[in-house]
Design a binder for this molecule. Structure first.
Ligand SMILES: [Zn+2]
Length: 99
């Protein structure tokens, strides 16, 4: 069994990424989510690598696009947060059950 110090942070990162993808699918549909790079819905600029880090980039940019300043909306942040917490709690449950 991997160390809890490794498993829980990996679970948070994986859950946030899956939650972020789920949020994009919910807003753009499967085709929109799987086509091309992520972009700002307002100015259509492709997002830079550091703008793709779930939760962290939202907080760092103050919930706005780094170029046009459009609000990103809290729904995507909610998807990312719920995903991160869900997988982290699942990891904790596995660790507790395994002793
Ligand atoms: Zn923008």
């Amino acid at each position: 069994m991997p160390s809890p110090l490794l498993l829980v942070p990996l679970g948070v990162a994986l859950g946030a990424a899956v939650g972020s993808f789920g949020g994009v699918v919910a807003s753009r549909g499967w085709r929109g989510a799987l086509r091309g790079r992520s972009y700002c819905d307002s100015c259509r600029r492709p997002l830079r690598w550091f703008e793709l880090i779930p939760v962290v980039s939202f907080i760092a940019l103050g919930g706005r696009c780094g170029t046009c300043g459009a609000r990103l909306g809290y729904r995507l942040l909610a998807y990312e947060t719920v995903g991160a917490l869900s997988v982290a709690l699942a990891c904790v449950a596995v660790l507790v059950r395994s002793g």
